[in-house]
Design a protein around this ligand. Structure first.
Ligand code: FES
Length: 712
């Protein structure tokens, strides 16, 4: 144990930390400007100077490591004088434009000057003039306000790995500029905005539209964009989202956001949002009341069921809707309609790949902790650029490289370009040959251990020589061998697989080969997921053969478990998968389709074909927040609520169940509530008063969710 005394308080520490960290751990606040908990220590601003007994000069607390017996004072007259002097220096050039600066109220410099002074500046010279840069559509730079703490530069280079900005010029002319000149040429993560302590780098989206103290309504929720599930804070004024910021310490993203999460909130208040139910009459949508639209849908579905039977009706669920929405939807299809005809667009990549890999390695095989990537000694990427599909996960791969790990890629991924990837780029359509070559070489090098006989039986006869790889894939032997050596020598490897592989021709075989590689190097697999609740959708049983918690529909005990909670029989026969639904629509055997929060015309391959198939369905119902390509084809459209307007849960790619919280009011209805109302009109009791009621039922039905509570 190390024992130190700060401001008379004795602090015991288990490991050496900086004086600043030791003070913070004891609740003692030392002022800082260039220090930030997400960044490398810098020691540039000197605001954190402290007195240390037996050391003649003041020391920077953010860089000084503690030593046993150290005695530190953080607030003395001498320190206050020095801090006042430093602030006076900063104010030589920093403008006193707080009344018009958007940062006022949350500006760290403003707070420090208020505490330490100076009340007046002694410098008569003119402040430097740097015109504000408005060249960029999203980020505004006001370099007159910059205090050269370089937090933005260190964030951009050391954490985000974009290296898009740096300090340009010397002395009083120093300022931060993108390498590309006035306009940013970067990933627009906006993490530079998060760490700027003053108003030098700010978002243009909310400029001059609020003061920080007016943001009394803050809601912590989950990002709606991808399967990473970043925590974010939605700041609201007058029921309008004004800003989205991250939270330091949040488990998944720890204070970082990507461009979609940070800047992609304006759609919530878009004037093109659907606000009222619409019924198509003579080919034209007419506004209707909720009662009319709900009773029409209930009546039509009952008639179709009566006339053609339940299998003539299908449902498509949504990876953008909450667990509760999806659970209620599959329950509606199974118990009210009476069919397992429920599926989603996740089938086209994520769902199929996950099922395949879990069949080999067991349930949960792809549910790996995202920060685990940065601790890997090797990350092998195939099938998509993780820095664009799942940007915060991509940062963990960059961190792996910075920590000394190796990055191997099959294909070129721009976001990993500067992280020394060892690349193999086979000619088109020969990826499987290259993977076979890798499996063959790894088998020869490592041998099979009999630990997974089923998988070994499938790969034991694979034999693709280096000659084949050279001739067919057009890859140099030297490059292949280097790649292979790194792969085979790794001790803590991860494999990241994207949709370009899981959705490609021969995806199953490629997944088998990737599973074999994973097996032979003893790694873990991450499946990229580009929709927020793709995992939750599957967990909820939105599949034609699986009930909630992956209980097979064919299994009597599984159905019994659901029937206990649902108080009605669950259908036994496997339903139609999404492409079978499209085929049945085309051949006329499908009479009705209910689509919740999905746009198959846009999101399924061959959109022309999908569109003509959907036009062939007698009765189409769509719930969405915008008039999508699919909604335009519908007979009835219900306006749903967006992610920011409802409560519920999402499950991320790690299988972490996270709370979504309502931040603003919307004009639609929660997806689960619309479906519940239709169910009631069809004579079934779907009596949920809120998302928590539904979550509690999920926990009773799904073995995966057993014992969980909504507030966890
Ligand atoms: Fe320590 Fe800036 S915070 S030198």
């Amino acid at each position: 144990m190390i024992s130190i005394t700060i401001d008379g308080k004795e602090i015991k520490l288990e490991k050496p930390v900086t004086v600043l960290e030791a003070a913070r751990s004891a609740g003692i606040k030392i002022p800082t400007l260039c220090w930030h908990e997400q960044l490398e220590r810098y020691g540039g601003c000197r605001l954190c100077l402290v007195e240390v007994e037996k050391i003649p000069r003041l020391q920077t607390a953010c860089t000084l490591m503690v030593a046993d017996g150290m005695v530190v004072k953080t607030e003395t007259e001498q320190i206050a004088n020095v801090r006042r002097g430093i602030l006076e220096f900063l104010l030589i050039n920093h403008p006193l434009d707080c009344p018009v600066c958007d940062k006022a109220g949350e500006c760290e410099l403003q707070d420090l000057v208020e505490k330490y002074g100076p009340a007046k500046g002694r410098y008569k010279e003119k402040k430097r003039k740097v015109p504000e840069s408005l060249e960029d559509p999203i980020i505004v730079r006001n370099m007159e306000r910059c205090i050269m703490c370089t937090r933005c530069v260190r964030m951009c280079e050391g954490v985000q790995g974009a290296s898009a900005i740096d300090v340009i010029g010397r002395g009083g002319h120093s300022h931060i500029e993108p390498f590309s000149g006035g306009k940013y040429d970067c990933e627009y993560c906006g993490n530079c905005i998060s760490v700027c302590p003053v108003g030098a780098i700010m978002s243009r989206l909310h400029r001059h539209s609020f003061r920080p103290w007016q943001m009394v309504n803050e809601t912590e929720t989950i990002c709606p964009y991808c399967g990473v599930g970043c925590t974010l804070i939605v700041q609201v004024r007058d029921d309008v989202i004004k800003r989205v910021v991250p939270r330091i310490g949040s488990v998944v993203n720890n204070g970082l956001l990507c461009t979609r999460g940070r800047f992609g909130y304006e759609f919530v208040g878009n004037e093109e949002r659907l606000t009222e139910p619409l019924i198509k009459k003579n080919g034209v949508f007419e506004k209707s009341t909720w009662e009319e639209a709900i009773s029409l849908v209930a009546k039509k579905l009952s008639e179709i069921k009566e006339k053609y039977g339940a299998p003539a009706i299908t449902g498509i669920a949504s990876p953008r809707c909450t667990n509760e929405d999806n659970y209620v939807f599959q329950k509606f299809m199974r118990t009210v309609i009476g069919t397992n005809n429920i599926d989603s667009t996740a089938r086209t990549g994520y769902a199929g790949a996950q099922r395949f890999i879990e069949n080999i390695f067991g349930q949960g095989a792809t549910a790996n902790i995202i920060p685990g990537l940065s601790n890997s000694d090797l990350v092998f990427v195939i099938g998509g650029d993780p820095t664009t599909v799942n940007p915060i996960l991509g940062l963990q791969i960059r961190a792996c490289s910075r920590n000394g790990g190796s990055i191997l890629t099959i294909g070129n991924f721009k976001g990993l370009e500067y992280f020394s990837p060892q690349k193999l780029t086979p000619v088109l359509y020969t990826e499987d040959v290259l993977l076979e070559g890798i499996v063959t070489a790894l088998k020869n090098k490592k041998g099979l251990s009999d630990a997974n006989p089923k998988l070994e039986a499938k790969i034991k006869d694979i034999s693709t020589s280096i000659e084949d790889v050279k001739n067919i894939c057009k890859i140099e032997e030297k490059d292949f061998n280097e790649f292979l050596n790194i792969l085979s020598e790794s001790t803590n490897p991860s494999i990241v697989i994207g949709k370009e592989t899981t959705q490609s021709n021969g995806a199953s075989y490629k997944l088998l080969l990737l599973s074999a590689i994973n097996y032979l190097i003893n790694g873990r697999i991450y499946l990229l997921s580009d929709r927020a609740n793709e995992q939750g959708l599957l967990d909820m049983g939105c599949a034609p053969d699986m009930l909630p918690g992956y209980m097979p529909v064919s299994h009597p005990e599984s159905r019994k478990k659901c029937e206990g909670a649902w108080k009605t029989a669950a259908p036994e026969k496997k339903g139609l998968a999404i492409f079978e639904m499209i085929d049945s629509a085309r051949n006329g055997s499908l009479k009705a389709m209910y689509i919740m929060g999905e746009n198959p015309v846009f999101n399924l391959p061959d959109s022309g074909n999908v569109e003509s198939a959907l036009k062939n369905i007698g009765f189409l119902v769509v719930q969405d927040i915008f008039m999508t390509e699919t909604a335009k084809l519908a007979d009835v459209v219900f306006p749903a609520l967006s992610w920011a307007e409802k409560d519920g849960t999402f499950t991320n790619m790690e299988r972490r169940i996270q709370r979504l919280r309502k931040a603003v009011n919307g004009n639609g209805m929660e997806d689960w509530r619309i479906i519940s109302e239709i169910a009631k009109n069809m004579g079934r009791k779907f009596d949920y008063s809120n998302a928590e009621d539904i979550f509690n039922e999920i926990c009773r039905v799904s073995p995966l969710h057993k014992g969980l509570t909504y507030e966890d």
